[in-house]
Write a protein that binds this ligand. Structure first.
Ligand SMILES: [Zn+2]
Length: 181
């Protein structure tokens, strides 16, 4: 818990605004893109809710709403607006959303990138080659494989299984390239 800069009420650490006096707080580097836009961290996202929360946040930190406040508060509101833009772009796109979850799993704030290991996944590459040879329309088994991996990705996120998450994610990103080409 931390205290509001203005009314000294106690509040949760990862909020940008005091619930009592609505004062904008200094940016806290532990706020994740999901937290900022009030979305549960998950591999899928409710796009309508994401857009609604984003627009609400932008309106709340719009310069017009903070004209009579200190330059410091105005700067904090502008920073939150720029974080909101970044968070919205990240969470809308599945690849960057997955990488955001990867960052969070690694105890980062989700904005901060954590690279994936570049080890060559030979068993997986072999499996994909087999799948492609089996079917006349190679896309169907690849899409099935991807859907299976997506379930594994969500499970490994929920169980904080970093190793499995990274493996699933690397595989999904590899398949993504094959499927969209
Ligand atoms: Zn307050």
């Amino acid at each position: 818990m931390k205290q509001c800069e203005f009314c000294y009420d106690l509040m949760e650490k990862t909020v940008w605004q005091c619930a009592t006096c609505f004062a904008v707080q200094p940016w806290d580097d532990t706020i994740t893109p999901f937290r900022l836009l009030n979305i549960a961290p998950h591999i899928t996202v409710d796009e309508a809710l994401l857009e609604k929360n984003y627009k609400t946040l932008l309106r709340d930190v719009h310069p017009d709403s903070h004209m009579n406040q200190s330059p410091q508060t105005q700067a904090q509101a502008a920073l939150i607006a720029s974080k909101a833009n970044k968070a919205y772009d990240m969470l809308r796109d599945c690849k960057s959303r997955f990488l955001c979850l990867w960052s969070i799993l690694n105890k980062k704030n989700g904005f901060e990138e954590v690279p994936l290991s570049t080890t060559k996944d030979v068993p997986f590459l072999m499996r994909i080659m087999e799948l492609q040879e089996q079917a006349a329309d190679a896309l169907i088994p690849l899409e099935e494989e991807r859907d299976r991996l997506l379930i594994g990705l969500q499970n490994s996120f929920e169980f904080f299984d970093l190793e499995r998450f990274e493996q699933n994610l690397s595989r999904i990103l590899y398949l993504k390239k094959l499927i969209t080409h």
